[in-house]
Design a protein around this ligand. Structure first.
Ligand code: NAP
Length: 290
């Protein structure tokens, strides 16, 4: 059984490979598809086959999936959504032409109802995969907890406040590692063909919850200061974030305030058991372990 992983040098793809190995998949049954082979030398060292494939260059994808049974297709991180659809179509066509038997794709949770622009990329990609008639599994991933819980929170601890325009909005985020474990589970088990899983938390949290956890860990009061969208945009600009990130973050925060990221599902728990508690992720990120 040959399993190919795209985005294998990335944070999600590399964790999926680790979980496959933990689940006793032989290293020589894993094919890492990367755009920069030099970054993948540690995979070569452990016996994983590394192939070059770039979503932007269909010629590099022509033979990259030869002999692959299952493909774990990591969505592109590129920030031009229209171009991302083209990149993804290149991958899907190559998988079809190579006769891949099962595509597991990293989609986006509750994509149909989402107001976040990137949801369209994921829906378009799901439809492209359906046109191939290859059995699929769509892993509709939540936003990563690490987008919000990362070492930058150290500054909030120092300042005594987490500032967002999320209001009382709640989040259904999951850590990359839990999503990677769910993906590896789907890749090694039978019976996940033609299924769509909504991989969000079964319990939500808010920035008020996060401020309380930070207060408990730091031993001092840290509040969640709720600001307006306009104020948040100014704060992010002043912090020196590039313009696309200012609009991405303030837009995601706005979606949170409107309750868009608060729906729950049991799908993740069924695949991996209880996901990592928020407290643990916060502690690790403050210690910079993640
Ligand atoms: P990541 O660490 O940025 O990894 C992205 C991977 O895609 C890297 O291996 C990168 O290769 C590869 N890649 C980039 N452009 C490529 C191209 N043209 N052709 C082939 N490979 C290419 O992202 P991640 O954390 O693993 O997340 C996986 C994906 O989830 C992202 O790509 C993005 O679509 C999506 N995402 C989801 C969330 C969420 O909250 N759910 C947040 C951010 C992103 P290099 O190592 O060579 O750069």
């Amino acid at each position: 059984m040959s399993i190919a992983i795209t985005g294998a040098t990335g944070q999600l793809g590399s964790r999926v490979i680790q979980h496959l190995l933990n689940k006793h998949v032989a290293a020589d049954d894993i094919i890492a598809v990367v755009r920069d082979k030099e970054k993948a030398s540690s995979l070569v060292d452990i016996g994983v086959e590394v192939r070059h494939g770039d979503y932007d260059h269909p010629d590099t994808l022509e033979n990259v999936f030869a002999g692959v049974d299952k493909l774990f297709f990591v969505s592109s991180p590129y920030n031009d959504d229209t171009r991302r659809i083209v990149q993804h179509a290149n991958v899907v066509k190559a998988a079809r032409d190579a006769g891949v038997k099962h595509i597991v794709y990293t989609s986006y949770a509750f994509a149909e109802e989402s107001t976040i622009a990137l949801a369209h990329v994921h829906l378009a990609t799901e439809q492209a995969i359906r046109t191939t008639a290859i059995p699929f599994t769509f892993l509709r991933n939540s936003l990563y907890t690490e987008i919000f819980v990362n070492p930058a929170l150290g500054a909030s601890v120092e300042n005594g406040a987490v500032v967002t325009n999320t209001g009382k909005g709640r989040l259904n985020t999951v850590t990359r590692n839990d999503l990677a474990l769910a993906a590896a589970t789907v890749l090694v088990e039978d019976g996940h063909e033609n299924k769509t899983y909504t991989l969000v938390a079964h319990k939500t949290w808010s920035f008020d919850t996060l401020a309380q956890i930070l207060s408990d860990i730091a031993g001092k009061t840290i509040v969640h200061k709720a600001v307006s969208l306009e104020e948040e945009i100014e704060i992010l600009k002043k912090a020196g974030l590039p313009e696309h990130l200012v609009f991405m973050f303030s837009g995601i925060y706005q979606a949170i305030s409107e309750g868009e990221i608060s729906r729950t599902s049991e799908d993740l728990q069924k695949l991996i058991g209880t996901p990592t508690p928020l407290e643990e992720t916060v502690k690790r990120s403050l210690l910079s372990e993640e």
